[in-house]
Ligand binder design. Structure first.
Ligand code: FNR
Length: 349
């Protein structure tokens, strides 16, 4: 059974419990991917990290036909969302400055349910400016951002943080204690340290003591495991192993956004890919972004030698837009993009 979805008009710590969530992913966490994740059982979805300043001067435009909301920068949409995902959408900010973080959060708060602070990105573009994983070793700044967000956001907007492990357990627990005391609703722990690469196994076994510690603080905050979860079945195993309240999935969902379901789609080439392209076109998702996301999809039983999937992949690589006739032929139009969207609305609501 897919995880329970929040029924409340706004989220509380409890809605971050007993769930399986789509992780924040730059590019890969695009709007159609989030909608598919929700359709297939994700109970909450995180948007891709957006650096605080990037959204501040964006113009908010709502499409009167589809309802898609775009935050447009000078040359492109910085962030797109749809009102149907709002009850489940957590917007992630990259920041090293409480005032900018609050301004960014205020810019989008009417379109999202929660604000998350990225305290784990190890890439130099983040850490050089004091953001992401740099915050782990600068807890004063980290906590000042969370405190400011909690103070300035209305109560119906949750504030949460996503961190990595520190090398020592003592330092990790000290940091967790300070973070929890800022009044956040949920804490995601990516069970790797800043210097670990994604191919190294996540240190999931270190999570139990963090869960116990947070529970001991008695604030009812959800602790979310992140790292190496492959889908619904694996999330059960990880929760049993770690005591985590919920599990967050990134790369497995990037490969197959139906992995949140106890019965994920197996043949993504025939099922997910055509539906995804039709939906993405309907939502006017940037073609290059759609192509990028579809190229990451790999089902568990994909047989790329199958003539039809080969034709589809080829059509995808040569097509310059949704309108390309080769692509149209490869995905067939027996279902419209609007119908794909209606199916998602029905599954989510
Ligand atoms: C990420 N990750 C990430 N983390 C984050 O906090 N904000 C972000 O915007 C991104 N962007 C991102 C893009 C892509 C393509 C990947 C693969 C990853 C990290 C991600 O959320 C997660 O912490 C790690 O990938 C570990 O989880 P998995 O992949 O083992 O489930």
């Amino acid at each position: 059974r897919p995880a329970k979805k929040p029924k409340l008009s706004h989220l509380t710590s409890d809605d971050f419990k007993n769930g399986i969530f789509l992780a924040p992913m730059v590019r890969s966490g695009a709007l159609p991917t989030r909608l598919f994740a929700l359709k297939h059982g994700a109970s909450l979805v995180w948007g891709p990290e957006m650096v605080d300043k990037a959204i501040l001067h964006a113009e908010r435009v709502a499409d009167p036909v589809t309802g898609v909301i775009s935050y447009n920068g000078k040359s492109r949409a910085m962030f797109t969302t749809h009102p149907i995902e709002k009850p489940y959408l957590i917007y992630q900010i990259g920041s090293s400055d409480p005032d900018l973080a609050v301004q960014a959060a205020k810019t989008v708060m009417n379109d999202v349910s929660g604000i998350d602070l990225n305290c784990g990105c190890p890439k130099p573009f983040s850490t050089h400016s004091g953001m992401g994983a740099a915050l782990l070793t600068n807890p004063d700044v980290l906590c000042s951002i969370l405190t400011a967000l909690r103070r300035e956001m209305p109560p119906e907007i949750t504030v949460s943080a996503k961190i990595r492990l520190l090398p020592s357990r003592e330092d990790t627990l000290k940091l967790v204690e300070r973070i929890v005391n800022t009044g956040i609703s949920a804490l995601t722990v990516h069970c790797r340290t800043r210097n670990m690469r994604d191919r190294e196994p996540a240190m999931v076994e270190r999570l139990q003591e963090i869960v116990d510690f947070v529970e001991g603080m008695g604030r009812g905050i959800a602790v979310i495991e992140n790292g190496d979860c492959t889908g619904w079945e694996d999330a059960r195993r990880i929760r049993a192993l770690t005591g985590a309240h919920s599990v967050m999935v990134a790369r497995a969902a990037e490969s197959n956004p139906s992995c949140f379901s106890s019965t994920p789609l197996q043949d993504v080439e025939r099922t997910l890919v055509p539906s995804y392209i039709r939906l993405a076109e309907y939502l006017d998702n940037h073609w290059g972004l759609t192509k990028f996301c579809v190229n990451q999809f790999h089902g568990t039983h994909v047989d790329v030698r199958k003539a039809d999937s080969k034709a589809l992949r080829q059509a995808l690589s040569t097509s310059k837009s949704y309108a390309d006739s080769v692509l149209k032929e490869a995905i067939s139009d027996d279902v419209s993009g609007k119908e794909e969207f209606d199916k998602i609305v029905k599954a989510i609501e």
